[in-house]
Design a protein around this ligand. Structure first.
Ligand code: NAP
Length: 278
């Protein structure tokens, strides 16, 4: 499994991690087995959120006894992101996750609480050792400018944003901004949240072609494309252990420049537009 530096977190993190949104809708034993299988295969970056309901408890169970192996990320819901609300939300997440610290804590999306308040809470949590780094999610380039003005340069570890083959809007402004400011880009919903390109489409056939050349699956090629360069990470969610194993298998795939160009042409990024989110 490939890893790379995670922004200001000052440590390397697996480029392919594991999401947990709606993981509580699956059979609980299967969800836990999938997360553990993923960790065993190197997908040690685990993403969750207070917003995902029971998911944090499931993650807590899955990582019991192997906390030190994972890079654990959770998020505060914007409605809770006042200074005291953020601290309280983090405490609740730590309890559900059965741990004393998060590796990274994110503001889930920008809400009405001033960024300075949320970031002051992040600084307080960091000083207390409850979080080791912090970041944002669903921040467009203008939001990132505001965030950096509020926090100072070098504080924001990552920006978690929607990124998959059929949704490449981040490449216009957000990804270049993050690259320039050493902010990790964690792409979410890499399979389009269950809208993966069908094999019968022209683009789907190109994906299948490249997959065949690597003895890989189309989803593995998609994941490899989504982490093709710095500072990209991706967090597919799988509640089926076989899906988790397939996703981890992408961690050592390397696409050639020609393959990347072919995929980029098959799934064009479209015109610059506001950052989309799910
Ligand atoms: P996704 O990862 O694009 O797709 C998940 C779906 O793909 C599930 O139905 C899963 O099935 C299926 N799947 C996974 N691996 C597969 C495989 N190898 N073969 C076939 N099917 C496979 O969607 P997502 O959950 O929306 O996004 C991933 C994560 O990003 C989330 O879980 C969450 O942690 C994060 N996220 C963050 C935000 C944000 O605002 N920050 C928003 C959305 C998502 P099974 O479950 O049956 O295995």
């Amino acid at each position: 499994m490939q890893d790379r530096r995670f922004g200001s977190a000052e440590r390397n993190v697996s480029t392919i991690g594991q999401g947990t949104w709606y993981i509580d809708r699956a059979d609980r034993a299967s969800a836990i087995a999938a997360l553990r299988r993923g960790i065993d295969l190197g997908m040690t970056h685990i993403d969750t959120a207070e917003y995902y309901g029971e998911a944090e408890n499931i993650v807590g169970e899955a990582i019991a006894g192997r906390r030190d192996q994972v890079f654990l990320v959770s998020k505060v819901t914007p409605q809770n992101a006042s200074r005291s609300g953020t601290v309280a939300a983090c405490e609740r997440s730590l309890k559900r996750l059965r741990t004393d610290r998060l590796d990274c804590y994110l503001l889930h999306w920008r809400g009405s609480h001033p960024l300075v308040e949320t970031f002051a809470a992040f600084a307080e949590l960091k000083a207390g050792g409850k979080i080791l780094s912090w970041g944002v999610s669903n921040f467009d380039a203008a939001d990132l400018e505001d965030a950096e003005a509020a926090a100072g340069e070098g504080e924001i570890a990552c920006n978690q944003i929607l990124y998959h083959l059929q949704e490449r809007a981040i490449e216009h402004a957000v990804l270049p901004w993050c690259r320039k400011h050493n902010v990790a880009v964690v792409g979410y919903s890499p399979f389009g949240h269950d809208d993966f390109p069908a094999p019968r489409t022209t683009a789907g056939r190109i994906l299948a072609d490249i997959a065949a050349a690597h003895g890989a699956t189309a989803r593995q090629i998609a994941l490899a494309f989504l982490v093709r360069s710095d500072p990209l990470f991706t967090i597919p969610k799988a509640s089926d252990p076989d899906h988790a194993a397939e996703n981890a298998g992408a961690g050592d795939l390397r696409l050639s420049d020609a393959e990347i160009a072919r995929l980029a042409a098959a799934f064009p990024p479209g015109k610059p537009r506001r950052l989309p989110m799910l």
